[in-house]
Design a binder for this molecule. Structure first.
Ligand SMILES: [Zn+2]
Length: 265
């Protein structure tokens, strides 16, 4: 854990944000199985206008508290797809907002069609009665459609269809703020949507579950490398790495995320 790296940026965050930067913090850079002791998918993005989580894996609160991020500062949460390691932290986040952080302002949660129903079901399975419990804040679900831009907190988001079975559409997303644009693959096999999402971005955050194995639902570093000249992004960072990938990090020529990594875009 390189928590020491994070402190100078956090202390300097206000100055950086005034300069119209986006600060990206990898709260969780791991897979669904805790490979390498890494937390599940969760990326914090902050602009001068506010902050949003990109995915909300089940470990979200552990990640935030390890790195001194306040859940109460989050304006919105964008979910790429409805798998537990990407949205399974929402029941905990919502309960924390109600009981511990004592949120009063609305929480916006955006993601694929079916999001609202799946979150309510997850809450009822984990903590019966928790969805219906009285809260001092509103939860607003925004179900977003592929290729249609939406404004989510201070960001514009354009989803593209990913190839990843999750019982609902799975997305990769372009996320813009001012002049800056990020791309996030979510989970996906190689597909055209990833190129759309990465096109012209300042940073493309891309999953690389395997090193070279070609499997359904996910990307390997090798597949990504084979398509590198098609990806028009100024910078690529790999995340969502499984054990197979982590075992061979010294052979990887692209930058790889770690929990606590911060990038100023
Ligand atoms: Zn997934």
């Amino acid at each position: 854990m390189k928590t020491a790296d994070i402190k100078p940026l956090l202390q300097n965050m206000e100055n950086l944000l005034e300069g119209n930067h986006i600060i990206v913090t990898f709260l969780g850079s791991g897979d669904n199985f805790g490979s390498g002791g890494r937390d599940q998918s969760c990326i914090h993005i902050a602009s001068a206008g506010g902050s949003m989580l990109l995915d909300c894996g089940a470990t979200v609160l552990v990640s935030m508290r390890k790195l001194s991020f306040d859940p109460g500062d989050i304006d919105a949460i964008l979910i790429s797809h409805l798998h537990g390691d990407h949205f399974g932290g929402l029941p905990f986040f919502i309960l924390d907002a109600q009981l511990i952080t004592r949120r009063t302002r609305p929480l916006l949660i955006a993601g694929p069609p079916g999001l609202g129903k799946r979150v309510q079901e997850a809450m009822e399975v984990f903590y019966p009665g928790s969805w219906e419990a009285k809260r001092n804040f509103d939860i607003q679900f925004m179900e977003i459609e592929p290729d249609i831009p939406s404004v989510i907190a201070s960001f514009t988001v354009m989803p593209a269809i990913a190839v990843h079975g999750s019982g609902a559409p799975s997305y990769s997303c372009r996320i813009g703020c001012g002049e800056k644009v990020l791309g996030y693959s979510g989970d996906s096999e190689w597909c055209r949507g990833l190129l759309q999402t990465a096109d012209g971005t300042d940073l493309f955050i891309c999953e690389a579950y395997y090193f070279e194995k070609v499997m359904k639902n996910h990307l390997s570093y090798k597949t990504l490398s084979d398509h590198l000249d098609e990806i028009k992004s100024r910078k690529i960072i790999l995340t969502h790495m499984g054990q197979d990938m982590l075992d061979r990090l010294d052979e990887v020529e692209l930058e790889t995320a770690y929990d606590g990594m911060q990038i100023v875009v």
